[in-house]
Write a protein that binds this ligand. Structure first.
Ligand SMILES: O=c1ccn([C@@H]2O[C@H](COP(=O)(O)OP(=O)(O)O[C@H]3O[C@H](CO)[C@H](O)[C@H](O)[C@H]3O)[C@@H](O)[C@H]2O)c(=O)[nH]1
Length: 101
């Protein structure tokens, strides 16, 4: 049976490449991404590359009730790789409150 990995920010640059490698290495992948800096098309691109469509939830991690429900629906998640964040220097500079500064 495939191990299920949750990738937050899995539609982003590093996240989507990680998802492709995980699928190629026989993991089942579930993505949570709020699409704030990415596009849902990434999911179909991942499918084109790997032949597998990862499970996708368009969800902000701050929506705690939704996240709890997703986790309840997927109790078999083995590990989480967390890429969902605003980390570019320009976004930190122009919108420091996002980081609680
Ligand atoms: O609260 C949040 C914040 C972000 N995201 C998502 O998390 C992903 C983050 O991925 P990014 O592409 O924004 O960040 P990366 O670090 O993967 O990639 C960034 O850094 C790279 C170098 O490290 C390149 O410069 C790349 O172009 C640039 O986007 C995005 O899909 C975004 O929508 C969430 O789901 N929730």
């Amino acid at each position: 049976m495939k191990q299920k990995i949750l990738v937050t920010g899995g539609c982003g640059y590093i996240g989507s490449h990680t998802v492709v490698e995980l699928i190629k290495n026989n993991f089942e992948v579930l993505i949570i991404d709020d699409l704030s800096n990415s596009n849902k098309e990434t999911i179909s691109n991942i499918q084109k590359i790997t032949g597998v469509k990862p499970t996708f939830y368009a969800c902000d991690l701050k929506e705690i009730h939704r996240v709890r429900n997703i986790l309840k629906e997927n109790k078999d998640i083995e590990a989480t790789i967390h890429f969902a964040a605003y980390k570019a220097v320009t976004s930190i500079y122009y919108n420091p409150r996002v980081f609680g500064v």
